[in-house]
Design a protein around this ligand. Structure first.
Ligand SMILES: O=P(O)(O)OC[C@H]1O[C@H](OP(=O)(O)OP(=O)(O)O)[C@H](O)[C@@H]1O
Ligand SMILES: Nc1nc2[nH]cnc2c(=O)[nH]1
Length: 203
């Protein structure tokens, strides 16, 4: 059976806090795109740490991508499905996509497992921003994407990120872990029990 790791809200908060300076200094994000559902809470926590005094909050846009489903017998541990499903996307026609042109865009998700979801998000967003730039008569202008995840699993990846993104260090994982299954607090139906399990793992 796969090892399960329980992560608490406090730990998530602190992982975001500890990573924020690096992102402010290196990624200089103008806006965030949270990959839902797991990216929503980290993105919201990050927004407070990325806020510069006297400046407005960085906007958070949301996209919904789903790959995993509960296929096995353990209700907590999901298996990757065959393909990424879009449950929510930015609107090309309503200028949501055009809003990314020329910006530093920070993509936020909670976990990088097989990397399928992140590869899909980056590829599709880059494609759509290029289309939006063409439509807006802004030629070769693009967005500069960077990535933040709470946890990266150190394993062979199915998905790949653009080479310039990795070469330029535009990828940050707060923690690198083995091939374990991580239980995040927002998935818990009994948060007291969840926190007890996390506590037990810390001792
Ligand atoms: O690196 P990968 O193997 O692609 O896995 C990572 C993705 O899997 C999870 O999403 P899931 O499909 O469970 O959707 P959800 O966030 O809506 O639960 C997680 O939120 C990541 O987006
Ligand atoms: N909650 C959760 N979702 C995932 N999606 C892919 N890997 C994971 C994981 O370890 N935990």
């Amino acid at each position: 059976m796969v090892e399960k790791v329980y992560v608490t809200y406090n730990q998530v908060h602190k992982l975001c806090q500890a990573s924020a300076d690096h992102m402010l200094n290196e990624f200089k994000p103008n806006l965030m795109i949270a990959i839902g559902g797991g990216g929503y809470v980290p993105a919201r926590i990050l927004r407070s740490f990325l806020r510069k005094p006297g400046s407005p909050n960085i906007p958070i846009q949301a996209i919904g991508l789903s790959l995993y489903e509960q296929l096995g017998t353990d209700p907590q541990v999901e298996q990757p499905g065959k393909k990424v499903t879009r449950t929510q996307w930015l609107d090309l026609s309503s200028l949501e996509m055009a809003n990314l042109i020329g910006k530093n865009v920070l993509i936020v998700d909670e976990v990088d497992d097989t990397r399928t979801t992140l590869e899909y998000a980056v590829k599709e967003l880059e494609k759509d921003v290029a289309t939006a730039a063409k439509q807006a008569g802004r030629g070769d202008e693009r967005a500069t994407f960077s990535i933040f995840v709470l946890h990266n699993k150190d394993k062979e990846k199915k998905g790949h990120l653009p080479q310039n993104m990795t070469n330029e260090g535009r990828y940050l994982a707060a923690r690198t872990v083995g091939d374990v299954w991580i239980n995040y607090p927002w998935e818990a139906t009994d948060i007291e029990e969840h926190d007890k399990m996390a506590e037990k793992q810390m001792t």
